[in-house]
Structure formats: structure tokens, C-alpha cells
Design a protein around this ligand. Sequence first.
Ligand code: SAM
Ligand code: SF4
Length: 334
Amino acid sequence: MKDSFGRNIDYMRISLTDRCNLRCIYCMPPEGIPKMSHVDILRNEEIVRIVRVAADLGIKSIRLTGGEPLVRKGVVGLISDIRAIDGIENISLTTNAVLLPQMAGDLKAAGLDRVNISLDTLDPEQFTEITRLGKLETVLDGIEAALAVGLDPVKINAVTVRRLNQDFYSFASMSIDRPLHMRFIEYMPVGSSSGFDNSGWGPEDVISSEEVREAINASAREKALPELIEVRDEDKPLGYGPAKYYRFPGAKGTVGFISPLSKHFCSECNRLRLTADGKLRPCLFSDVEYDLHEAVRTGTDADIAEVFYTAIGAKPDEHHDKVGTERGMSAIGG
Ligand code: SAM
Ligand code: SF4
């Protein structure tokens, strides 16, 4: 499926739920967000049907996200059903890892290929401050569980925020002894216009990837340790998408930088997003959505395909520096 700008659209991110077992200050208010009505949420068999039609149209990769995808009932069965669809080549998951210690084995057995774990800090107190409900130890156990069951690659995503004073070097150096892919993502002031963002963080808290990489190298020089070197394309971890990758010499993993704000990667964007209530979003930063909910409940497969064609035809060339959205990340599926 090519869009109007010649980009091949073969990747769909599916938000399974807007609910979460954490309350990160930049994503949700302490009481959680007003819940989507149960009848509005796509049922597992509806998601499977949409993915089947999407696969016929050329979607090859699926990422399950949320909210927290692992709190969704039947997520393991959903993964095995998606795994059985012809044309789907890989399934990945973005998770806060809280439930990974008990679920990683079943997820792998159901056909999950790889996992992205969100972890913004290695300081236990700061972790609880940011997530309000979380314990750092559980996430570290989740990372171990993902490695132990053979999910590959395991990527760890940290949103970088100036006022947090994160220790970028300690974070990056987790890639030295383990096959972990540590990635720094520029904080995006998404959803702040609608009050989902309670952090008080503003545009002044955005740190460019360039600055983070320089800070890591400066710490390395201070410790008389080697600096990051660029990774060749053929050595990048699977599904590297828009990240730019580096590694410490001899390290088992890599260090990546994702710069949605300082460097546009819109020209390479190959993705669509499906919200938990069945809306297809061609662009993270645009509130324009196309309704699959109605098509999947009352229509034929051809009606579902038609919504895909319309959404892909309407995919904008780039975000034009508009980064606020009406919905928060947990509703869109970050
Ligand atoms: N609950 C899962 C998790 O935390 O990995 C999946 C959903 S969460 C919305 C997906 C990712 O979006 C997380 O890594 C989170 O840090 C990131 N995120 C949320 N709000 C963000 C923002 N304003 N800027 C950048 N990343 C954000
Ligand atoms: Fe939950 Fe993920 Fe949002 Fe944190 S970032 S509140 S873990 S959905």
C-alpha cells in the first residue's frame, strides 16, 4: 500500500486499551483518564478481523500498545490469533513491563517476537515519582524475563526530559554486557493541550538527541572509557525504524536516538495507528481519524479495506511542527 507521497505503509500500531496500571505524570492524571465505554472498545475478534484485512492490503508488522497492552484481557490469545494471519511477519509489544515477569513466557509462546520496554530513569525514587504507582525493581525483573524467554530484540525506551537530570551514561551503559538496545526519545508535548499531561514539563524540557549523545560521550571521556561509535545499517537491531544507532566498542547491545522533534523522519514514516475504540489515525500528531468501528461491526471486509484506503490516502506528508493532540498518548497508543 503506497500513500500519496510514495511511502510504503506496512506497519500498524494497535492500542489495545486506554487503561494502565501506572500513572506516568506526563501521560495520565492521578485518577486515570475518563474510561472509554466498554461497548466502544474493539473486541479481540474484531481486532483480528481488521488485521486480516490489513495484511491482505500489505501490512506486515503489528505493534501492540496502549495504555498498557498487558492489562487487556485475552492479550495472549490475541497474539496467537494475529500470529496465524498470513502476511503478518512480526509482532511486537510496547509495555511498561510491570506484568512481564509473569507473562513473558506465555507471550513468547503465543508468537510475540520482540518487545519495547519503557523506562525513563534508573533511580528508584525518581521512577516512583514519574510513574506514581510503579517500582523500578519490577521493571528490571521484567527486562530480565524478556531476555530469559528469548524475546529479541529487547529495546528499552527512555523519554529524555531536561528537568529530570537523568543519568544518560548509566542508562546507555546497560547495553554493554547484555543484548539490550537502549533508546533515548525526545519528550513530545503531546496531549498537553487537553490536560492529560500533568507533569508541568514544557517545550524547554525537550532535549535534542544530539545533546544527549554528547552528554554520554562527555561522561565516557571523564571516566576515561570509550565513546559511542556509529552502527552500520546492517548491524542495526531488527525493526530499527526511525532511530539512529550507536554502540560502545565491543558492547552486546546498542544505543539509539529517536528525534521526532529535532529531526523529522516523516518522509520515512510507514505506519498507521489503530485506537482502542477503532479509529484509524494516519499521523500521531494529527487528530484526523477514520472510523473502522462502524465498518467492523456492520460492514463487509471490503468496507474495512475502504477505510484503510481513505486513511492512507489522507496521510499527511509531515507533522509540520504541530505536536499537540486532543487525545493523550495513552488513548492514541504511543
Ligand atoms: N504503557 C506502555 C508503555 O509505557 O510502554 C505503552 C503505551 S505508552 C503511551 C508508550 C510510550 O509513549 C512510552 O514509552 C511513553 O514513555 C511514551 N510517551 C508517553 N507520553 C509521551 C510524550 N509526551 N513524549 C514522548 N513519549 C511519550
Ligand atoms: Fe501507562 Fe505507558 Fe502512559 Fe505510563 S506511559 S501511564 S505506563 S500508558
